[in-house]
Every structure is written in C-alpha cells, then in structure tokens.
Design a binder for this molecule. Structure first.
Ligand code: NAG
Ligand code: NAG
Ligand code: NAG
Ligand code: NAG
Length: 586
C-alpha cells in the first residue's frame, strides 16, 4: 500500500517535472545572423536570450539563468545589469549602422553599468564594489580596478530598460564604470560561454572559438540582465540577453589554422586596377571592392561546422539567418530547412537537431547587394593641440538624415589627470554656436578621488554637423602613479552618445602625459654600483692578497703565517717604542 503510494507520488512528480520542462521550451532562444558588409567582410551576430520567472529566481530556482551570475546579482542587490567587452573600431562610413542599432555595444575595453538598489549613496557604493569584485572573478577581467576615480553616476545619459516597480525605482542607483585599457581576450570568452545553457557544446555557440573571435576586425560581447513585466501577466520575468558580434575578414579567416602566418599573395593572384596609368608587370594598385562576392563557408570562417542545435532552444525560431539577396546562391547541408522572407534579402535555416550544419556561399558575379542601414549619427573624436602641458578634444558628430533632427546626450567621463576647462567648451552646428547646448550636467574632478563627468544635451538638425571642442590641462602624476609602460600613454574612455534608448560610442583616445625619464635613476644606480664594485674589489685585493713565488708556496702553511704575523707585530711595536723615545728626548 505504502509502496504503491510512494510510486504514485514519484510518477506524479515526474509528470510535473516533465510538464514544467515542456512549458519552459519557449523560454530560451538563440540565433546567428550573418551579414556581408563588403565583398570580403562578414558581420556575425550571435544572440542568446532566456526568460526566467522573477519569483522563482528570488527563491533561488534559477532555471536557465546562470546560477553564478544570479547569486552575484542577488548578493549585490543589482536589479539591472549591462556588461560589455569590446575591441576594435566600427567603421560606420563603410559598414553602415551598428548591429542591434548600437543597443548592445560598449566602448573599447570593458564597460559596466548597473542599477543597484540601496537606501543611501554609501550603501550603493559598497554594493557596487561587491558587484565589480565578484564580476571580476567571474569573467577573469580586471573589473575590480573600477574604483571611485573610474565610476560615475550618469544623470541624463542612461535609462533603465527593464520594468521596475515604483517603490524599487525610488531606491535605484545607477553606477557606470569603464576600463578602456583592458584587453579583451580568450580568457573572457570561456566564462561567457559557460553562462549559456548549452555551454558552447551544441547549437550556434559551438561555432565560437577564441582563435577566430579575437582575430576579428571588430568584436563586442555583451550581457544584459533586466526584469520584464508584460502588462497582462501577473509575474515578471528576468531576462538575460547575451550577444557576440564580430566583423570577420574572409580572406584572413580562411588561413589554415595550423599555419596562420600571413603570407604575401602570389603575383599572379593579385587583383590589380589596370586602369591606372602606371599599371605594369611590376606595379600593381590593389583593386579594393571587387564586383565578385567572395566565396566562403561556415566551416572555413569559424574553423569547424555547427554541431546540431541546442536541445533547450526549440522555440521554433530558425537558428541561422543570412542577409544576402535571394539571387545569391547558398548551399546548406542536408536536413536543414530553408525559409526565405518577403523582403528579398533575408533567408533563415531550421536545423535538424542532431546533424552537423554547414553553409557554403560559392563565388558569384552579382550586382545586387543587401542594403546597409544608415546609422543615426556618425561620431568621431580626436585630440587637438600640441605640447606637454595643454591639449584639446574635438568631437565631430554628423546627422546624415535629410529630414530628421537627432536629440542626444553626449557624455564624457574623463580621468582626474585630464583637467577640463569648462569655459572653453564650444559646440558649433554648421559653424554657428548660438544655443546649441540645451542642457548640461557637469561634475568637476577631485585629484585622485574622482574623474570629471560632463553630460550635454544637444539637438542636431537634419543634414548638419556638430563640432564640439574643449581644452584641458595635463596633470603631473607622482612617480609611483605611472603604469609600467608609461610612454605608451593613458587610455581615455570613449564618449557615450545616447539617442533614446540606444547608445553609441566614439573610439577611445590615447593621452600622452608628461613622463619623467624613468631610465635616469636606473642609469645612476647601475653606474654607481659598478664603480663601487670595482673599487671595493681592487682595495680588498690589495689589503688581503700576498704574492709569493711558486716554490715558496708549500712552506706557507698556517703556522708559518701566524709566526710571521706575530713577528711583524713585534717588529712594529719595537719601532713604535723607538719612535716614542725619540719624541720624548726631543
Ligand atoms: C522573454 O519575454 C519577453 C517579454 O514577454 C519576450 O518578448 C521574449 O520573446 C521572451 N524571450 C524568450 C526567449 O522567450
Ligand atoms: C508609478 O509612477 C508613475 C509616475 O510617477 C505613475 O503614473 C504610476 O501610476 C505609478 N504606478 C504605480 C503602480 O503606482
Ligand atoms: C514594461 O516596459 C515596456 C517598455 O519598456 C512597456 O511597454 C510595458 O508596458 C512595461 N510593463 C509594465 C508592466 O509596466
Ligand atoms: C545637405 O547639406 C549639403 C551642404 O551642407 C547640401 O549640399 C545638401 O544639398 C544638403 N542635403 C539635403 C538633402 O538637404
């Protein structure tokens, strides 16, 4: 009786567990989108997203949410988190709008911003410290170096992207930190992959390989955690979105992996511009944008083919999509179902669960190209001025739209040793500078305590260019404050341009500071040590060493030396006495 009851309970529990799993089938989603940017460049965008009920998350039932990250967020009372790792420069002039419209992008190096729930500012700072230290361990990055001088509290630039209740919202503190110097590398990719439900073993994440990812011309990894409440539903979801975007050079990624050293193209394979007057057998002007589309396949560019699908991601959405004209030939491995959409450019593949998938795009002469989206704003920033003492920064922002004005917030967070002169801040639109700045927030730096924070709201009319300039002074650091490679310069974090809920970044800058000649003390120490060593050795030798002939050497045993020594002392004493006598008689 008892046994059958137990059995009944057991089978009931199993059914519940299975139905819970079946329910959750649509809660994880992954997709790879490929977009050729240029005949020899390819943008690969990986997107992984999962939803977990917030109530079960708070009860430590993490489901698809990575437990390691979940516990850190709970411990640091973090309600919303955005973390970015990026490398390289997005070339907006040639590549068009950024992936995800710029919403999943960060500045060069590491960027982190989060909404932390706390009663006071000090408590928020404590929790931020906990958060950065824990994330630093989780992602093998130097996030723990985000100290008070690198942390800002943006006022107008960032807005929460999740839904927070009104009571929570009043206690949320936004903190933002950047590490422009951090070099993103394979050791950051491994922990990133571990957060995924399929951990890079199956599905599109099986394509991610550090050798290819960090060989890209531009790459960005992002993690976003936010709560989402649909208006009708009674329970909120905690959504985690992880993305990886990279711009791959097709020619370079086709190099064999066991022989990755770039070699010059043989002369007969060079593509030359024969219209140049100087073109001849031994001069070649390389032809850049060939009309031919480069041939490539998934296994070429990622090193191996895609290993099946992730079994948790069966929400029915296709996993691999490519944005090429429908006229372009695409061959996929058997078992994959192709779907073309009505726009004429997008085609997607439903993969079969347990077969490897590969896709080949042969070389093809084709005039039609998938259009590139135009970015909202082109942004560039550079140093102006000269000398070791002062300098200037110039940012040029162009609104390419012929009809729409763009309203944005430009935010700079500068290190304390770059002292901004606010009165030199000028913003000129098409050469004119009357009331271009609508709103400004400025918090000056404190030496060694916090950096400068500057936020300006500007409206650029259609088809106009804004030039923003300001001057600054370079501080002289203490001897120990210089990094080991001080002559390389100091990295200045990118400016963040927030347009609605999208933020784009300029590139980071490299600031040369007045640097003392670090080799000088070293030279002095080396020289003095050499002189001392030489003179010590010489004098010591003179004092101690005795020269004797070879045949005498045997007789020089210890006793003989002692006797001789005693005799010398006695002789000296006698002489001394004699000398005393002479002195007395005088
Ligand atoms: C998560 O929930 C949001 C809002 O309900 C929805 O838009 C999104 O598609 C969901 N994501 C997944 C992977 O189910
Ligand atoms: C939250 O605050 C907004 C604006 O202050 C208000 O419109 C809304 O009704 C509030 N919601 C709740 C649930 O109190
Ligand atoms: C959550 O936010 C979205 C947009 O960010 C909004 O459409 C939705 O109504 C919000 N839900 C609730 C419950 O406030
Ligand atoms: C944009 O501005 C340029 C010069 O400033 C002008 O030549 C061009 O006609 C303008 N385009 C539009 C669509 O107004």
């Amino acid at each position: 009786m008892l046994l059958s009851l137990l059995f009944l309970i057991g089978s009931l529990a199993t059914t519940i567990a299975i139905s819970a799993l079946a329910d959750s089938h649509s809660d994880y989603h992954e997709q790879l989108l490929l977009r050729p940017l240029h005949p020899s460049l390819l943008l690969a965008s990986f997107n992984f997203q999962s939803n977990t009920s917030l109530t079960s998350f708070n009860q430590q039932n993490f489901r698809y949410f990575p437990r390691s990250l979940g516990q850190i967020l709970q411990h640091a009372n973090t309600r919303e988190l955005h973390l970015r790792f990026s490398l390289g420069r997005w070339d907006a002039e040639n590549w068009g709008a950024r992936p995800w419209g710029g919403a999943r992008e960060g500045g060069t190096g590491v960027e982190l911003w989060a909404w932390v729930e706390a009663e006071t500012d000090d408590e928020a700072d404590q929790r931020w410290l906990t958060l950065t230290n824990a994330l630093s361990g989780l992602f093998c990055a130097s996030l723990n170096f985000i100290d008070s001088t690198r942390t800002t509290r943006p006022v107008v630039s960032f807005h929460p992207s999740g839904n927070h209740s009104n009571s929570t919202l009043s206690n949320l503190h936004l903190l933002h930190g950047t590490l422009p110097r951090e070099v993103v590398c394979t050791e950051n990719l491994t922990p990133f992959l571990k957060l995924l439900p399929c951990k890079g073993k199956a599905g599109i994440s099986s394509l991610l390989d550090g050798h290819k990812l960090f060989d890209a011309s531009w790459q960005s990894m992002s993690i976003d955690v936010r709560p989402i409440c649909s208006p009708g539903a009674d329970d909120c979801q905690l959504q985690i979105t992880q993305t990886i975007d990279m711009v791959l050079d097709l020619q370079r990624s086709k190099r064999p992996r066991d022989n990755p050293i770039p070699r010059p193209v043989p002369q007969e394979e060079l593509k030359c511009d024969t219209s140049k007057p100087y073109h001849s057998d031994d001069t070649c002007f390389p032809l850049d944008a060939a009309s031919q589309e480069e041939e490539f396949s998934l296994s070429h560019i990622f090193g191996h083919s895609l290993r099946g699908t992730c079994p948790l991601a069966n929400d029915g959405a296709p996993s691999v999509c490519i944005n090429v004209p429908h006229a372009r030939e695409v061959y996929a491995s058997e078992g994959a179902r192709e779907e073309k959409d009505s726009s004429g450019y997008m085609r997607c593949f439903q993969l079969s669960p347990d077969k490897d998938f590969d896709m080949v795009l042969p070389q093809q002469e084709i005039s039609e190209k998938a259009p590139l989206a135009q970015p909202l704003l082109y942004a560039e920033r550079s140093f102006i001025g000269y000398g070791q003492e002062r300098g200037g920064v110039q940012a040029i922002l162009t609104n390419p739209s012929p009809t729409d004005a763009v309203d944005f917030v430009y935010m700079e967070s500068l290190p304390w040793f770059m002292k901004l002169y606010l009165h030199t801040l000028k913003a000129k639109i098409n050469g004119q500078d009357k009331d271009t700045i609508k709103e400004m927030y400025y918090r000056p730096a404190l030496d060694r305590k916090r950096g400068t924070q500057l936020e300006v709201r500007i409206l650029i009319p259609a088809n106009s260019t804004l030039v923003l300039t300001y001057d600054f002074e370079k501080a002289i650091l203490r001897y120990t404050e210089y990094p080991p490679d001080a002559n390389r310069g100091f990295d200045i974090a990118p400016a963040v341009i927030t347009i609605g809920d999208v933020s784009i970044r300029t590139t980071s800058l490299l600031l040369p500071l007045p640097t003392p000649d670090f080799s000088m003390p070293y030279n002095v120490i080396i020289l003095t040590s050499t002189v001392m060593a030489l003179s010590f050795g010489f004098i010591f030798n003179l004092l101690v060493r005795r020269f004797v002939a070879m045949d005498e050497a045997d007789q020089w045993d210890v006793r003989a030396i002692r006797l001789k020594f005693a005799a010398t002392i006695r002789r000296l004493a006698r002489r001394f006495k004699k000398y005393e006598k002479i002195q007395k008689t005088e």
